[in-house]
Design a protein around this ligand. Structure first.
Ligand code: SF4
Length: 243
């Protein structure tokens, strides 16, 4: 089955995926869609490195893309290189559209994200959301590393769900995994990971918008730390409001 919408049949199938393991979810999704119609969006975070490892048997059927915002830490570029070499993987690297970014920076400056939540979201839109949306428009489904326990904005995430925002299927194979599960898997399977994780960064993203957290702090406390928790999404994972 290929292009499809949020039908009753899809909802029944998506519900049946909820009880599967992470690998089972990936397998079920890639069997349902034609090769090349589902892609994995990797931010190179710890969860995404687990998925990169899980996807190994499917590299011929699924492409892996990442967004180079232009503000990533060097450690993330190093990890792209190390992961490519470890898995023989060629990332598709998406770049921001300069026609959106240049006027924004000209008006508000390079570090506009410090000035207001609105300008921070405008920066995230130009550097991340717009390139992502362009890519998603070519797909029937995308795989990501969201977990429910990552943030208060992610408590309703399902293993397989209809992404109303982008009109395609969204696959979150690690939805039920804990932070400890992620790191146990990484260590057991020798999965490459970002060197910043060992320096107190549980969640990384762009260099100027992430910092190390103290022991016991929320895993996303270091992202846009100057904002309140309910604002802490970049727009990549927008969810339709209920009701
Ligand atoms: S995380 Fe910061 S630098 Fe990166 S796109 Fe968002 S606001 Fe801009």
């Amino acid at each position: 089955m290929d292009k499809q919408g949020n039908t009753k049949e899809f909802q029944t199938w998506a519900s049946s995926c909820q009880s599967l393991s992470a690998f089972g979810v990936i397998d079920a999704v890639l069997k349902r869609f034609s090769a090349g119609r589902v892609a994995f969006a990797s931010s190179l975070g710890a969860e995404d490195q687990v998925i990169t490892h899980l996807l190994q048997p499917y590299y011929a059927r699924v492409s892996v893309f990442t967004i180079d915002t232009g503000r990533l830490p060097q450690e993330t570029y190093d990890l792209i290189q190390r992961t490519s070499e470890a898995y023989g993987l060629r990332y598709e690297v998406l770049l921001p559209d300069q026609s959106e970014l240049v006027p924004l920076m000209a008006e508000h400056g390079m570090d506009l994200f410090r000035k207001s939540v609105e300008l921070r979201k405008a920066c995230c839109h130009a550097r991340k959301v717009a390139p992502l949306k362009k890519k998603l428009a070519t797909l029937n489904g995308w795989i990501c590393g969201l977990r429910r326990s990552q943030a208060i904005t992610r408590t309703e995430v399902q293993a397989v769900e209809w992404d109303e925002h982008n009109a395609l299927v969204k696959v979150n194979p690690l939805v039920d995994w804990s932070e400890a599960d992620i790191w146990a898997y990484i260590k057991k399977n020798n999965v490459p990971y970002n060197a910043l994780h060992d320096k107190g960064y549980p969640s990384i993203g762009c260099s100027p918008c992430a910092r190390a957290v103290k022991p016991g702090e929320d895993v996303r406390a270091g992202r846009w730390w100057w904002e309140s928790p309910e604002h802490k999404e970049c727009g990549l994972h927008g969810r339709a409001k209920k009701g």
